[in-house]
Design a protein around this ligand. Structure first.
Ligand SMILES: [Zn+2]
Length: 1120
């Protein structure tokens, strides 16, 4: 009907009918009903009404029928529908519609309920226009509405008129969309009135429409405040080299900005006027841009320096075998590593290789369990030999490299290295006695607040450590941590990083969101405003002021975070067991807060503590979808359970009332903050616990992990070279690894045909460009451990590829507790188009190395950058495809002209099958303009790497596969890293169709015959399920500034029902306000509110006019 011009025809009929005198109501009323029903479905209705010049007619009709309720109701419906177009609503407002409607709304009364309801709903629609809202405030309607609401709330004890109450709230909600409205609301004690009234409604689920609307209004009107910090800029400043501008502009692409400043400009936009914006506006649709290869960002001559990073290409096997040990780049070796007694290494039985389970599943037919064999060999028998060789090599090298080492070895300054201490352990003497030798007690239990010298504590602790944690050595950790250069100059070690973490034996399911949790927390926040006397408001930790860093007042928690990756800035005790926490912004930046890592102690037992991190910045979080943070208890660790565990309850994430004030912070106008709130019940009294956004993985963890790997590899089989890609801005080495197979000179079978370095394609892997994405490091850990393992598949893999790996592209960011940026305050994954050699050295040189490989015809077969994704579940990749991008953008370019190798899809498809956490359907191969300077797009375009990926791992868990419903642990992340390697092998085997024998061999080894041979099966399998993995809208609105339809205002069925009910009443029932029973919250009350279920005795149909007149006589007087 709408598409055939129905609305226009009805409006035309209305103007004609309304002009006839006297009006023919038998035509007019059905016409108005039709208009109301059609109009609400016609997105262009407002425009049509104005075109037909019908606004005056409708207003005039309403005015004339003020004394005739039945007619009036019809007019009000149409008014409401017209007003839902903001422009039309504004016109109506100018012509006095609000005054007219407001007169009809009465205090609590059982009479004329239908009319009152229709009037309130029409008013709510009119108030969507900001100029109407302004006019309403000036006329004093806001106070009137509050009083009306109070009156209805008090008198409607049986909850029979929920729609009326909610209608009044909707009026308040719209009116407070403008600044003036909010101010007037506050002056009229609106916060107290609504907060107090809503307390009666919380226990009744049926009153949710009321409670939710009240909560929205309270959140919106809560006075905006700046964060309680001197400046939102980072506590740390790093002077940048050269003449570079010290404060690069921060691009807040991910931030959330409030439109408050502009709202007064009176831009009421209508949905119908805005062309529905294409979701894909970001896609690159310029074919030439997609296809062209940009000129290199540096002269060819510069690439020569990278030859030294590809020494594997310039030696033959024999030379390599003898020389490889001496080629270790000296600055990457931890000189200060202690001689390593074997008991620091995991012993054979304690090691649980991350791939243990998988290997058992897939290669049991291989005879003696290769896993077992693998586990026994490396850890003890190799180390001895290694050490000997190293010692011999040391002397030769020392002289040559002393000079070279000089500028990166200041840390050998004894004063500096001796100040490193482990954080004090839980104080509880009796408890220590059980764990440590009595004689150690004195040194372990120091005077309160005192720090321990690392040597004693560590020695004592290590005697108990037993080396139970695979691939982790506390000794190596300390040695590495000493050499780290941090801006705050860390002197403390966080216990978990030093001691190590063992994955728990089980995975934890995602947590079910507690009903109404956000509402409860928000109301708790509002209570601070209403009852300020109950707020403690004591700063108990402040990294900007040293005086606050000591233990807090008795009975309150003690916080600390001045250690690698720690970033707590301030803690304020709000109530006895509640703390507001503020995280430090990224160095040289004033934003990017999301990551957190800090220590807390002095807790009581069995008390839930509530923590609110009040300066988060992302607009949504997996914390709203089942994710928990992680916690590590030192007491648990010392009792043999050294685990980061998912913890926290009553978790939710929502927009709060803090704003980055426009005046004080240049370029960050009106940025909004979000609160992550969670409660923790600590496992022990007076424990030392660590809380983090995700499983921490520090720079020292990575460096010491490389030390352990290097020591534990089989040097006969594993070619391993650790070099320094470059020094970071902060002066820390960024390691570059080369891993491939050592040649087996004795026997050269079929498998070895492919083993010449000349033939092996490169695979280039990177991780942790974004410091807050520690999940990426755990995936990388899995990849590295697999690649150097004795697993036969790893063996094969090393023979197939040369791996170039940069395990941590942003060491400074990781060290200093950043979430997103490097010390320059830049997002390094937005610098690939033109990295600055001074400001972005790791990117500059990683790209240089890739240029070099391309220049010698050895561009990598696969490039993958490991990341973490905070909004999605599962693990997936982003790749690049011209065709898919053009298709998705709906581009008219003849895509048949463009030929594109679809090989970029093969690896993700394989991973979908072999890696339990990986989901093909979550992958995307679109090239976005906003991503043009990411590693993935630049490597694809400039290096011509077809398989160039960003691999995103969830922080949360999986929605598919065997891990469905579970939160991922480090074990699953590491498994992903090893399965990625397996995927590479299968990819490679698929590309070698000629070698049937090798395929068969590999297939047998992998028990994966189908995977390798059956292409078609795979293709159809991955296309079969077309689910999307985007999160559904959150049950509770995280934001509150948008006028969404979730409150039911835009629901067609509601008005339809209202009209239908009125009709049935007209046809047979009198309006005796049929709430006959006083049932609280009955579904009937919700549905119809006032429709009598029993036909009354005088239900015979009367002529319309007389019925209405009879019922409504005397209405005029009630208006007075
Ligand atoms: Zn990232």
């Amino acid at each position: 009907m709408i598409s055939k011009g129905g609305s226009e025809a009805l409006l035309q009929a209305l103007t004609t009918t309304a002009r006839t005198e006297p009006p023919d109501h038998s035509t007019l009323l059905p016409l108005l009903r039709l208009l109301a029903r059609v109009g609400q479905r016609d997105r262009k209705f407002g425009l049509k009404v104005q075109k037909a010049e019908a606004t005056d007619i409708i207003l005039g009709l309403a005015r004339r029928n003020l004394g005739h309720h039945l007619h009036l109701i019809h007019c009000l419906w149409v008014l409401r529908v017209c007003a839902s177009n903001v422009t039309t609503g504004t016109t109506l407002g100018v012509n006095g519609a609000m005054e007219l409607v407001f007169k009809v709304i009465t205090p609590y009364s059982k009479r004329h309920i239908r009319t009152v309801r229709a009037a309130i709903e029409a008013l709510a629609a009119l108030l969507k226009s900001k100029s109407n809202s302004r006019r309403a405030v000036k006329r004093g309607f806001l106070g009137g509405l509050l009083r009306l609401y109070q009156d209805w709330h008090h008198n409607d004890v049986s909850n029979n008129y929920i729609y009326i109450r909610r209608g009044l709230l909707l009026c308040l909600k719209h009116i407070t969309n403008i600044q003036l409205g909010r101010e007037t609301f506050l002056c009229s004690r609106g916060m107290e009135i609504l907060f107090t009234s809503v307390q009666d409604c919380l226990s009744c689920k049926n009153l949710d429409p009321i409670t939710n609307t009240v909560t929205q209004i309270l959140r919106k009107c809560y006075p905006k405040e700046s964060l309680p910090v001197v400046t939102v800029r980072s506590s740390y400043f790093f002077p940048l080299p050269g003449n570079v501008k010290a404060e690069p502009p921060c691009e807040g692409s991910e931030g959330d900005y409030e439109s408050d400043g502009e709202e007064e400009a009176e831009k009421d936009l209508d949905d119908e006027d805005v062309e529905s914006k294409e979701e894909d506006y970001d896609l690159e649709t310029d074919v030439n841009k997609l296809r062209s290869r940009p000129v290199p960002d540096r002269p060819e001559e510069e690439l020569g320096q990278y030859e030294a990073m590809c020494l594997e290409l310039s030696y033959n096997f024999q030379e390599l075998e003898s020389e490889s040990e001496e080629e270790k780049s000296s600055e990457d070796r931890a000189e200060s590593l202690p001689s390593t007694p074997s008991h620091f290494f995991p012993n054979a039985t304690s090691v649980k290789h991350p791939n243990y389970r998988w290997r058992n599943q897939s290669v049991t037919e291989m005879g003696p369990d290769p896993g077992e064999k693998d586990l026994k060999v490396p850890l003890q028998s190799w180390t001895k030999k290694e050490e000997c060789r190293w010692d011999a090599a040391d002397e030769k090298r020392d002289a040559v490299e002393a000079a070279q080492d000089a500028d990166c070895c200041e840390e050998e300054d004894p004063a500096r290295s001796h100040t490193h201490t482990l954080r004090p352990l839980p104080k509880e003497a009796a408890w220590y006695k059980k764990i440590f030798y009595p004689e150690c007690e004195a040194s372990i239990n120091p005077s309160p607040g005192g720090r321990l010298e690392s040597s004693d504590t560590v020695t004592n602790l290590l005697e108990k450590h037993q080396g139970a944690i695979p691939f982790h050595s506390p000794h190596f950790y300390i040695a590495r941590a000493k050499r780290v250069k941090s801006i705050p100059d860390y002197k403390d070690l966080a216990f978990p990083d030093f001691w190590g973490h063992q994955p728990p034996p089980y995975s934890k399911p995602m947590v079910e969101r507690k009903y109404g949790i956000q509402r409860d927390k928000v109301l708790d926040d509002v209570r601070r405003l209403i009852q300020p006397g109950n707020v403690i408001g004591r700063t108990v930790f402040d990294s900007d002021e040293a005086s606050h860093s000591s233990p807090g007042a008795p009975g309150c928690l003690t916080f600390f975070s001045k250690f690698e990756s720690g970033n707590l800035r301030k803690a304020i005790q709000v109530r006895e067991f509640e703390y507001d926490l503020i995280m430090n912004a990224d160095v040289n930046s004033n934003q990017h807060n999301q990551w957190f890592y800090f220590e807390v102690r002095d807790m009581k037992l069995a008390v839930p503590y509530r923590f609110n991190i009040i300066n988060c910045e992302k607009f949504n979080s997996q914390f709203n979808y089942g994710m928990q943070l992680v916690m590590y208890s030192v007491k648990e660790a010392l009792q043999g359970r050294p685990c980061w565990l998912r913890a926290g309850h009553d978790i939710c994430y929502y927009k709060n009332h803090y704003r980055c004030s426009a005046a004080s912070e240049e370029g960050t106008r009106g940025r909004c903050y979000y609160t992550l709130t969670f409660s923790i019940t600590f496992p022990h009294k007076d424990d030392v616990c660590y809380l983090a956004y995700h499983y921490p993985y520090t720079y020292s963890t990575m460096m010491s992990h490389l030390d352990v790997l290097e020591q534990n590899r089989n040097p006969k089989k594993v070619y391993w070279r650790q070099q320094t890609l470059c020094q970071t801005l902060g002066g820390n080495p960024c390691p570059l690894l080369t891993i491939t197979a050592m040649p087996d000179s004795k026997k050269r079978g079929d498998l070895e045909q492919f083993c010449h370095f000349d033939n092996r394609p490169y695979v280039f892997l990177m991780a942790r460009v974004h410091p807050g994405e520690s999940n990426a490091s755990w995936v990388m850990k899995g990849t590295l451990e697999f690649l150097v393992s004795g697993d036969p598949i790893a063996d094969l893999l090393r023979k197939c590829f040369i791996f170039k790996i940069v395990p941590m592209l942003n060491p400074d960011g990781v060290i200093n507790g950043n979430h997103r940026c490097s010390l320059s305050g830049d997002d390094l994954n937005r610098q690939w188009l033109a990295p600055n050699s001074q400001l972005h050295p790791t990117i500059y040189h990683a790209k240089g190395l890739l240029y070099y490989l391309r220049s010698i015809g050895r561009a990598p077969l696969v490039f993958c950058d490991y990341h973490g994704h905070s909004q999605k579940k599962n693990v997936f990749v982003y790749g690049c495809s011209i065709k898919e991008t053009l298709w998705q953008a709906g581009c008219t370019v003849d895509t048949a002209v463009i030929t594109e190798d679809v090989g970029y899809r093969t690896l993700p498809k394989i991973l979908d099958k072999v890696a339990p956490a990986f989901v093909m359907n979550s992958c995307s191969f679109l090239v976005e303009k906003s991503r043009e300077s990411t590693a993935r797009v630049v490597v694809w375009k400039e290096m011509g790497v077809l398989r160039s990926y960003t691999m995103e791992s969830t922080y949360c868990g999986c929605s598919h596969g065997v891990y469905k419903g579970l939160q991922l642990g480090t074990q699953e992340l590491e498994e992903m890293g090893s399965k990625f390697c397996l995927g590479l092998l299968i990819l490679h085997l698929k590309s070698l169709p000629c070698s049937k024998k090798m395929m068969a061999q590999a297939a047998q080894l992998l028990d994966l015959e189908e995977e390798i041979t059956d292409h078609r099966a795979q293709r159809s399998a991955s296309n079969s399920s077309l689910e999307t993995d985007d999160e559904p809208p959150c049950v509770e609105e995280i934001d509150y500034n948008t006028d969404s339809c979730s409150d039911g205002e835009g629901d067609f069925s509601e008005l339809d029902q209202e009209i239908q009910e009125c009709l049935s009443w007209m046809e047979g029932e009198t309006e005796d306000e049929g709430v006959t029973t006083g049932q609280t919250c009955s579904s009937k009350a919700l549905r119809g509110l006032y429709i009598s279920s029993q036909p009354t005795s005088n239900s015979t149909a009367l002529p319309l006019h007389s019925t209405a007149l009879g019922v409504y006589s005397g209405f005029e007087s009630s208006l007075a």
